[in-house]
Design a protein around this ligand. Structure first.
Ligand code: PLP
Length: 375
């Protein structure tokens, strides 16, 4: 894959948008005696939830354990199935396994790479408890259709919004459409705390169970009433998260401008399709993923040419159902398998300059042998 065993790229795929505000926030926590489980965590949860119009937020050490806690807190476990896309990061599915339940993979839309509601419907069986909608690369999934499907079938709609901070579907933020929604804050995301996760929910009891699971199920000192673990976020991370939430609008504004410029540069190229954004939602472009009509050979040529020019690119994601840990899983996912050979994510972070964006497009052009429209 791109970047592996190659010299460090000059133009990186992702670059945290971190500055003096984050440094000051973390430093000020370090001057206090409270480094975990304190006021910064509570404020980060409040501010992130308020931004998204959610009632409750519960922060975690990372997004993966936040997902495991979400399933556990909802009583999803052994014998239960959760419908999930395969074209996602592995922990959308492994978190289901870690909760004791079984992921059932459904296919995706060939344009948006998001769960196909019709195919998700076909995967529902007597053991299905929930649908986990993943907002691929920052574009909301078909939430109205998935919510209706879940309601008709008596299932929970849950959201893996790891990549979609601030994205809206029909005017309402992701993470608030289902029973609960998870966000991740690794450094490739639009906002970061280094490592971190957070669950939004409108259900106060669920938020309470999530807090317990995060902290060893402890209801009072050394009284453990629920099976939990240590999945707490530190106060330093939470303070950094608050500074990042304060910048989220600016970062998303910049990301949209970067994506629009890449769209323009790639528009004239045959054989390369820019991301398709549905009109009733906004895309926050955590990823800028293009599709090569020429399939795997064209994609690999672009990866190599970009790497030669010092530009990082990556396949997000090799499908989960093809991973060795899921060997033996029966899953007929023709769209996912086809996309796996065509897609490539290009650098699209908030700090890219116009010259760097032109370089990225020129690299794709050189690989495709087709002219690029440069202003
Ligand atoms: C769609 C998706 N789900 C889950 C995760 C897991 O989050 P984390 O890496 O914070 O554990 C990520 C990000 O890495 C992701 O992109």
């Amino acid at each position: 894959m791109a970047g592996d065993s190659r010299p460090a790229a000059r133009i990186r795929l992702a670059c945290p948008d971190v500055g003096d505000e984050e440094i000051a926030a973390v430093t000020s926590v370090l001057r206090t005696p409270i480094l975990t489980n304190g006021p910064e965590t509570a404020a980060f949860e409040r501010e992130f939830a308020a931004y998204h119009g959610a009632e409750h937020g519960v922060a975690f050490a990372n997004g993966t354990v936040a997902l495991v806690a979400m399933f556990a807190a909802l009583g999803i476990g052994p014998g239960d199935e959760v419908v999930v896309p395969s074209l996602t990061f592995v922990s959308s599915a492994t978190s289901i396994v870690q909760a004791g339940a079984t992921p059932v993979f459904a296919d995706v839309d060939p344009d948006t790479f998001n769960l196909d509601p019709a195919d998700a419907a076909r995967r529902i069986g007597p053991r299905t408890k929930a649908i986990l909608a993943v907002h691929y690369g920052g574009q909301p999934a078909d939430l109205a259709e998935l919510a209706a499907l879940a309601e008709d079938a008596g299932l929970l709609l849950l959201e893996d919004a790891a990549e979609a901070h601030g994205a809206r579907y029909r005017g309402r933020h992701v993470g608030t459409w289902g029973k609960a929604g998870m966000f991740s804050f690794t450094p490739t995301k639009n906002i970061t705390t280094g490592e971190g996760g957070l669950v939004l929910t409108g259900d106060g009891d669920l938020a309470g169970r999530l807090r317990l699971i995060r902290n060893h199920g402890q209801t009072e000192p050394y009284v453990h009433t629920l099976l939990g673990s240590n999945w707490r976020i530190t106060e330093m991370q939470a303070a950094m998260g608050r500074a990042q939430v304060a910048k989220l609008d600016r970062i998303l504004h910049r990301k949209r401008a970067v994506a629009a410029e890449l769209d323009r540069l790639l528009a004239a190229m045959d054989g390369v399709t820019a991301p398709v954004v549905r009109p009733d939602r906004d895309h926050v472009h955590m990823l800028y993923t293009v599709k090569f009509a020429g399939g795997r050979a064209a994609r690999e040529a672009a990866v190599d040419e970009l790497a030669r020019r010092g530009i990082e690119s990556r396949v997000y994601f090799p499908p989960v159902h093809r991973q060795p840990i899921f060997a033996g899983t029966r899953a007929d996912l023709p769209v996912t398998d086809d996309l796996a050979g065509r897609i490539l994510s290009l650098p699209a972070h908030s700090r890219l300059t116009a010259a760097e964006l032109a370089e990225i497009a020129a690299g794709v052009e050189a690989a495709a042998g087709v002219p690029v429209a440069v202003a």
